[in-house]
Design a binder for this molecule. Structure first.
Ligand code: IMP
Ligand code: MG
Length: 179
């Protein structure tokens, strides 16, 4: 069994749940009946599931799809080169897309994906992230819905990983890489 490198809890599960309901209340005000929620895998899967459950309170019935993009590998620094590992299945022409990711860091991932879906004919593309690290933006990009802005720590849990580990944590924790 590997030693857990996770250190302090940054955002606990109660705070995450509360913030998700607030985000969904905001999302619901500009939602249309041609909404497709697209999660960027793997990091977004837990966040997206909780967003979906919360949307139920507003009687919104979105379609859902997933896009798998190339990831960091085992590094904790961002890569500019993004490749599609597994594409969406739905026809998005004329649809209003809500793109969901776990964290907005350099901005390359969401910038690339938003442009891709607009080019493919989506009517609109909005973006929603649980976390953002403002200090690390390499391209100009702002998400439409942001759960929490955090300082420049590498974090794991609630879907976020380090080397594909720790996604199962119910909270967001800082990773202690020096252990
Ligand atoms: P960006 O393209 O640099 O904005 O990177 C976004 C992607 O980097 C996210 O989808 C995450 O998978 C990953 N990422 C960035 N920061 C962290 C972190 O602190 N922990 C885990 N994954 C991260
Ligand atoms: Mg990711």
């Amino acid at each position: 069994m590997k030693a857990l490198k996770v250190k302090e809890i940054l955002i606990d599960k109660e705070n995450i749940a509360r913030r998700i309901d607030q985000l969904v209340d905001e999302i619901a005000t500009s939602s249309t009946d041609n909404l497709i929620i697209i999660g960027i895998l793997k990091g977004s899967f837990i966040f997206l599931a909780d967003l979906m459950r919360s949307l139920h309170r507003h009687q919104i019935h979105p379609r859902i799809d997933f896009l798998t993009l190339s990831s960091y590998g085992n590094e904790t620094v961002s890569s500019k080169k993004i490749t599609i590992v597994h594409d969406i299945r739905d026809d998005i022409k004329g649809a209003d897309i809500l793109l969901v990711d776990d964290i907005l860091d350099s901005g390359h991932t969401l910038d690339f994906t938003k442009k891709l879906f607009l080019k493919r004919g989506a009517r609109s593309v909005q973006t929603c992230v649980l976390l953002e690290k403002k200090a690390r933006r390499a391209v100009q990009f702002e998400a439409d819905y942001v759960g929490f802005s955090i300082d420049d720590h590498f974090v794991v849990g609630y879907g976020l990983d380090y080397a594909n580990l720790y996604r199962e944590l119910p909270h967001i924790a800082k990773l202690n890489l020096s252990d």
